[in-house]
Design a protein around this ligand. Structure first.
Ligand code: FE
Length: 179
């Protein structure tokens, strides 16, 4: 999966300087699909990219990727706010367990260390995200897991929102947003 043409183009776009006039936009032009935030979003999450807590017996999950503009340019300092259910499929609605926000680095990269969220009735396993380039619109969406990690019998599931996960516990996804 990592060597798919789309992935190679995105990687190339991230390391090459942007040259106006070159038609990269056609390859990255499709913005990441929006999805409902669902009922469990909470504002004011802490700045935190490691949601995994010491001593947890749950399965460690590391997800990383880039935030790109529709012109395939990496978006530095983009806000990413993640929230997801715990290993039992429950959200922390009192505190901020498995909730945190972070910003992309100068290359538009981000990384989240957390646990494999549990499934809950009616939903495929997923991670919620809000992504925003500085001063631009917020994209609210959800990331899904490969079928090996759960069912896809969920009307909200979309293949284009599925993380690449060549190894169990290590996922990647590139967001393409209004920037
Ligand atoms: Fe959810």
């Amino acid at each position: 999966m990592t060597s798919s043409p789309r992935r190679r183009l995105l990687v190339a776009a991230a390391v090459l300087p942007f040259v106006p006039g070159i038609a990269l936009a056609q390859t990255c032009g499709r913005q990441t699909a929006p999805q409902t935030p669902g009922p469990f979003f909470k504002p004011d999450s802490p700045v935190k990219s490691v949601l995994f807590e010491k001593g947890q017996k749950s399965v460690l999950l590391v997800v990383s990727g880039a935030v790109l503009s529709a012109q395939c340019r990496p978006v530095a300092n983009a806000l990413l706010d993640f929230w997801h259910a715990d290993e039992f499929g429950e959200y922390d609605n009192k505190g901020f367990r498995f909730r945190g926000h972070q910003f992309t680095d100068a290359q538009g990269r981000w990384r989240l260390e957390t646990i494999l969220p549990g499934e809950y009735p009616g939903r495929a396993r997923h991670i919620h995200a809000k992504v925003q380039a500085p001063g631009k619109r917020i994209l609210t969406t959800q990331l899904y897991f490969p079928a090996a990690l759960g069912h896809h019998d969920d009307g909200l599931y979309r293949r284009d929102l599925e993380m690449r996960m060549p190894k169990a516990g290590e996922g990647s996804f590139d967001f393409v947003i209004d920037a």
